[in-house]
Design a binder for this molecule. Structure first.
Ligand SMILES: [Zn+2]
Length: 112
């Protein structure tokens, strides 16, 4: 594996170590990590990043931050409340329109 030697944005020196990587609560195993001696920031090199990506995809967690939602009956349709945190992050406004579509049997996606 190619080991890059570049400084951290804080000016500190990047070192390498092997450590257990936890992402989204998933143990991705012992991977190579770059870390900064000065500020403690950790970076995932490409090879480790790919392993983490695979692990999260396996669990269906890749690129998702999960929030629990409840469905409410409203006439013949079902209402879904978007959690405040997600609404804020997406800057959702009432009466704004989006599109919804099914993706697989147990998933739907809303696009703004
Ligand atoms: Zn640093």
């Amino acid at each position: 594996m190619k080991k890059l030697n570049y400084p951290c944005p804080c000016g500190g020196k990047i070192k390498w170590k092997k450590d257990e990587v936890m992402m989204e609560g998933i143990n991705c195993g012992i991977l190579d990590i770059e870390y900064c001696e000065k500020c403690g920031e950790e970076y995932l090199p490409d090879d480790s990043f790919k392993i983490v990506e695979e692990k999260l995809k396996e669990k269906g967690l890749w690129g998702t931050k999960r929030e629990k939602v409840s469905f409410w009956k409203s006439g013949n349709s079902v209402t879904l409340r978007v959690p405040t945190k997600i609404a804020k992050e997406l800057n959702l406004k009432p009466k704004e329109e989006g599109h919804i579509y099914k993706e697989g049997d147990r998933k739907f996606v809303v696009e703004l």
